[in-house]
Design a binder for this molecule. Sequence first.
Ligand code: PEP
Length: 250
Amino acid sequence: MGQYVIAGNWKMNKTPAEAAALIEEIKPLVKDASCKVVVGTPFIDLQAALDATAGTNIGVAAQNCYWEKSGAFTGEISADMLAKMGVQYVILGHSERRTFFGDNDLTVQKRVRGALDAGLTVILCVGEYLEQREQGITGEICAMQTKIALGGVSAEEMSRVIIAYEPVWAIGTGKTATAEQANEVCHLIRETLAGLYGADVAAATTIQYGGSMNAGNAAELLAQPDVDGGLIGGASLKANDFATIVAAAK
Ligand code: PEP
């Protein structure tokens, strides 16, 4: 299926000095990785992360961006600004942004547009709340979030889109989706992409699982046919755990 990508989402953790130190620990551990490796840092750490990863196989992601290029948007950071400083990836639509900061499918769509226009690669997060899973509407929710976020995105641009299936009930809770649950929804997202863009684009798109993935459960999750990598929160802050997950992504 898609190329394996293991991305860390550091959330609101690490100062620039701490970020550089963690990357120095990670670098030798992942230098022979057979997947793409990305670290998603807070905005203030991006320059330190770019400096520390220069010339390595580690890419750098921001955790959000605004869709306008510049202007009177106090406190925001544009996709253009990120791209111009050398950032390659941006995580968009994370459930913590949707739950705590008012992001919704339409603002995620605008952020995706802005990020692609700026030349970034998007890691687009979709996933259901526990109540939605219990109602039996996981498939509908994930398909809808995917379709709305990708509104206006062309088949060519899909080479710069990674989808992360992240069941909200599994994020930061220690409750991981079973490998079967993860694969089932990643497969459904792939079918959604096939409906939008055709089978070739769907097959080539990286679809990650995220939600309490760790050094112990990564191998089983990553062995699923429709799981092409992981978006890792807590475990990405520990160099050895993150490296174990990277090694499991073959
Ligand atoms: C995340 O933040 O995207 C995530 C998956 O977090 P955790 O691995 O801590 O559940």
